[in-house]
Design a protein around this ligand. Structure first.
Ligand SMILES: [Mg+2]
Length: 202
């Protein structure tokens, strides 16, 4: 993984965000949160017509989806230092992505069940669980991390395999929410949603 200025996605800001300061402004002036909220509101509308059955789930990514590391990444000037990132994850104190937490709360209250699927390795599982709980993402049905033997898999391959095995278990993935193309490609979800991420591309 490397951090870079990312010009992908389908949202308006990609046309004008060109510098690191543009990125900082976008995240700090509320525009990022607004964009995420607008996207999630649209998803909510779609989900309303699919009352949750017992094996219906909403699948969510963790980094730059449930949790928001913008300030940390900005603090390293958008350079990627693996050991710093690992320590950051291990602390388990990454702030929630506010509009995503709001979405989680509303949908949970409406009877939808959640699972979290992250490309994080299994050794970060405990810290991830602690972090999600502390930020309010609790309860959920399952947190799925990457096992040792899955280490070499491309992110999209790993995540598609997981969605396939959940489908084989009889789950219907109503929505799949993530910030990377690799979270979404491979399908197997009724409503896939890719949120903006101008911090890094995996
Ligand atoms: Mg992510």
């Amino acid at each position: 993984m490397s951090y870079s200025v990312v010009f992908t996605g389908s949202i308006e800001p990609e046309k004008r965000i060109r510098t690191l300061d543009d990125i900082r402004t976008y995240y700090r002036n509320g525009e990022y949160s607004n964009e995420v909220k607008v996207q999630l509101d649209k998803l909510k509308e779609k989900l309303k017509s699919h009352p949750a059955g017992e094996k219906d789930i909403i699948l969510m990514d963790v980094d730059e989806t449930a949790l928001n590391s913008f300030e940390f990444i900005s603090g390293t000037d958008f350079d990627f230092y693996p050991h710093l990132w690992e320590n950051w994850m291990l602390k388990g104190e990454i702030p929630s992505n506010e509009p995503v937490l709001q979405f989680y709360r509303e949908m949970s209250a409406a009877g939808f069940s959640f699972m979290f699927l992250t490309g994080r390795m299994h050794i970060f599982r405990e810290a991830t669980e602690k972090n999600l709980k502390a930020e309010g993402f609790w309860p959920y049905l399952r947190l799925i991390t990457r096992l040792e033997e899955e280490d070499g898999l491309e992110p999209a391959v790993f995540k598609t395999r997981v969605r396939q095995s959940l489908t084989d278990e009889g789950y219907r993935i109503l929505a799949n929410v993530g910030d990377q193309e690799s979270d979404i490609e491979g399908g197997l979800a009724l409503f896939p949603l890719r949120l903006p991420n101008f911090l890094y591309q995996i």
